[in-house]
Ligand binder design. Sequence first.
Ligand code: SAH
Length: 257
Amino acid sequence: MALDFPPFEPGTVWLVGAGPGDPGLVSLLAVHALEHADHVVHDALVDSRIVAMAHPGAVIESMGKRGGHASPRQGAINARLIELARAGKRVLRLKGGDPFVFGRGAEEALALAEADIRFRVVPGVTAGIGGLAYAGIPATARDCNSSLAFVTGHGQDGDVPDGFDWDGLARGAQVLVFYMALRQLDRVVERLLAAGRPADEPAAVVSKAATPQQSVLETTLGRLVEDLAAHPVDPPALLVVGGVAGLRRQLDWWSPA
Ligand code: SAH
């Protein structure tokens, strides 16, 4: 393939999205970065098959957040990226999904900018779009929604943000996609119902999307907590609320290889 890729310069950091799981969803620029990086710093969400695509001489380091588990502080990750770049390495910071969607990529890029280290961002397929697609749930469908909101179930302090305008959210977007929602799921559901979302609205919890362990719980907002207690799922998982979740009945196309 005669594509002109930008050179991966020593002393620079590439912040690269690895997508939700399936290695086939990794971009050509991400593959280029994997082939040329001296040092790969990946977070816990990145599929091991993708990390394994790195150049055999590359140093591989796992450094990332994982809800509920001990994980390095963000400051330590930023400092490590800066240290490696200053040592003249080609540093690949590999993150699950898209680096700029709830992935602390912005914080890392800001730290690099402040330290005067050149960086490039390679967007990835975010779980809230590509992961849902693997569950047969389109992000938008003409008959269902003309708006879509991505929401995090964790605030700065690791909790559902209390200062959040739940009424505004419930009215403001027809489809709501929650990242990191599992631990706070009952509170999220309670607040959405209190804010007027109907109990019979389709909802789904998509776990380990686009991986061989993908599982999907199809339910309604009113039954969600009870159904999930009966059929627990593993993180990482997304919660989607809105008409598009009901389309899975017809659009469930994917089955693990
Ligand atoms: N930057 C990532 C999101 C990081 S936040 C992205 O763009 O996708 C971590 C959250 O993302 C998880 O708690 C979960 O809600 C979601 N997530 C990431 N990968 C997932 C997957 N394969 N299946 C389901 N949810 C996933």
